[in-house]
Design a protein around this ligand. Structure first.
Ligand code: SF4
Ligand code: SF4
Length: 375
């Protein structure tokens, strides 16, 4: 009975478009202790939600009472577009591969909800089952690992031997007992490519990521300015970063997925910095409707775009950056000051000085003082 049900739920998951599915029993695994140590080091940066709901994160039975099994499902979001490490065009932006199309939370949740209904109809139970896609206190990669669909690489991504690491994961936590898979073998071996290639040294040791240094955090979850020491290493990454996945040998010839929702929207593969820097609120909302990029808000995206413009050193952006010095958002003005300094600081010394005559937030004034010291 369990075997038939397990096989049919897996078949259903594949039919729904998932690339991988595996099942593990619920439990308090050693990784939850690693997670605590990681938090103790402050590596979650300003993502305070990561330190909340400790008991639930430690054991999903505190989240879903009576839970017995976690069905981990992953979808391959790779497309046949080049990697950031192979195009390297500093005059254009780079958006992390997962964010080119629709928001994966919706795509995966819809499929998982259908899977939940299927399981309930075919098992006669499962009323309390729950679906999560990066939204609850669940150690998702840990369960994916114990369900056998991949190992957690030194870059902290889930990697599957056949597909690589272009995987988005979600899970159905169920009260139903099923047949369980065995965990996948660890296959990083002696490789350290991801660690060596990270521009900000965010992978402090194998399997350990300091979010406060990671470009993905700095350009997405971080609501403040990009710290000065990370602006140049951020390069042209304007929403997330793919480098530690691009260099991973397991992604060398990884196959592409079939989910059309993850194909790039027009203009989002190597986007024009000029177009993005010129977005007003209405255009931003329209362009990024149902897109993960909505998360950074216009001010966060423009902050990142200005860092990329500064790093491009291209003076054809001057007029646009000058305009952004008067943007309503202090975060944007602050990074416009830095971008202009990087493009041609000496030329704009008087403009920086004149900015003291206008009322600005402390963080903008601080930025101006700093660039005036450097020109
Ligand atoms: Fe480093 Fe980028 Fe990977 Fe973050 S995403 S660890 S910044 S290479
Ligand atoms: Fe593992 Fe090498 Fe891939 Fe890093 S680059 S995750 S060390 S295989």
């Amino acid at each position: 009975m369990q075997r038939d049900l397990t096989n049919s739920i897996k078949e259903k998951a594949y039919n729904l478009g998932f690339s991988l599915v595996g099942i593990s029993p619920v439990g308090d695994y050693p990784e939850s202790q690693h997670y605590k140590k990681w938090l103790n080091k402050g590596y979650e940066a300003s993502m305070d939600y990561m330190s909340k709901n400790e008991e639930k994160r430690q054991d999903v039975r505190n989240l879903v009472p009576g839970a017995r099994s976690v069905i981990s499902c992953a979808i391959n979001y790779n497309t046949n577009y080049p990697y950031s490490t192979s195009v390297q065009n500093p005059k254009k932006g780079w958006i992390a591969r997962y964010a080119w199309g629709d928001d994966y939370h919706f795509v995966l949740k819809e499929k998982l909800n259908e899977l939940k209904v299927y399981l309930s109809e075919n098992s006669g139970g499962g009323e309390d089952d729950r679906v999560y896609v990066d939204t609850g206190p669940v150690l998702e990669r840990m369960y994916a690992k114990y369900s056998g669909i991949g190992w957690i690489g030194k870059n902290t991504c889930l990697i599957n031997q056949e597909i690589g690491s272009w995987l988005l994961i979600g899970e159905l936590i169920t009260t139903i007992e099923l047949e369980y898979d065995t965990q996948a073998a660890e296959r990083c071996g002696t490789c350290t490519k991801c660690i060596d290639s990270c521009p900000t040294d965010a992978i402090t040791s194998p399997y350990v990521l300091d979010s406060s240094k990671c470009i993905s955090f700095l350009t997405i979850e971080n609501k403040a300015g990009i710290p000065r020491e990370y602006r140049e290493p951020t390069g042209n990454n304007i929403f997330g970063c793919d480098i530690c996945q691009d260099v991973c040998p397991w992604n060398g010839e990884s196959e592409t997925g079939t989910e059309k929702a993850f194909l790039p929207r027009e203009g989002l593969f190597e986007p024009e910095l000029k177009t993005l820097a010129g977005l007003d609120q209405q255009q931003f909302s329209q362009l990024f409707k149902n897109s993960p990029i909505k998360r950074s808000k216009r001010r966060g995206l423009l902050r990142n775009v200005l860092v990329a413009i500064g790093n491009s050193g291209d003076d054809s952006y001057e007029n646009q950056v000058l305009e952004l010095l008067g943007d309503e958002e202090p975060l944007v003005r602050k990074h416009a000051v830095w971008a202009l300094y990087k493009i041609n600081g000496v030329k704009y010394t008087d403009i920086f000085k004149n900015m003291f005559n206008v009322e600005h937030d402390e963080e903008v004034l601080e930025e101006i003082k700093l660039v005036l010291k450097m020109v």
